[in-house]
Design a protein around this ligand. Sequence first.
Ligand SMILES: Nc1ncnc2c1ncn2[C@@H]1O[C@H](COP(=O)(O)OP(=O)(O)O)[C@@H](O)[C@H]1O
Ligand SMILES: [Mg+2]
Length: 257
Amino acid sequence: MSRIVLRDLTKSFGALSVVDPLSLDIESGSFVSIIGPSGCGKTTLVRVIAGLEPASSGEVSVDGAPPREARMRKRVAMVPQQPGLLPWRTVRSNAHLLLDVNRRANPNDAADAMALLHEVGLSDFLQAYPHELSGGMQQRVALVRALTLHAPLLVMDEPFAALDEITRTEMRGMLNRLVEGRGVTVLFVTHSITEAVALSDRVLVSSPRPTNVVADIAIDLPRPRSVEVEDDPRFVELCAHVRHALHGGMRGTSETR
Ligand SMILES: Nc1ncnc2c1ncn2[C@@H]1O[C@H](COP(=O)(O)OP(=O)(O)O)[C@@H](O)[C@H]1O
Ligand SMILES: [Mg+2]
């Protein structure tokens, strides 16, 4: 059964049409990226899927439930573009935020959050405050905070967009290690071709607004993936494929961002 099903989904804000009738099936456990020009409606689309925004028409289901319900049952976790850490909380306490807010008193929670912090390389910074961390480290805390929910669907909206290239490359390696073998479905928004290909099982290329999928590209690179995959000729070929689809989709429009 597919984890995410969209049938003729549309979304508009007043007269502004942001998502065209869109039908899509996303398999359980797959890593799917959405790549498209700025302003095309990627954030809007994933916010609808994550249950943060109602659809205008059509159907969306996440694990067979409407997105709002899936969100309330903690079946969806979201990592936004800005880490959004609370400045007065330490790394450890920020990582715990969602567990605290949701009052999920599970005795394993603390150990679990700690294991995740260790996994992303933050063991030495548990008592540090957000202002003492680099952007990449802050984003790791935000990722851990989302993973503590153990939601089967993780939605990430350009989580690495504000980071420098070297840090982004590290984050790709870390994210691949974290999600491989966890069975979590990931919906990942990006406008980096390299990032989309390095991380995904499937890349959906969006047209300019209103968003629609102009290409659906299977990324047949082996897993587990390390950064070395980026030297593989097949990797380069797949990046070119995505780039052509992206620019083909933008032809005839004035959108060049
Ligand atoms: N809450 C809103 N009200 C009105 N317009 C919105 C709202 N959210 C987004 N939009 C508009 O929808 C379009 C797509 O935005 P967005 O989904 O953020 O694009 P992307 O994430 O691809 O850059 C933009 O033109 C934006 O101005
Ligand atoms: Mg966006």
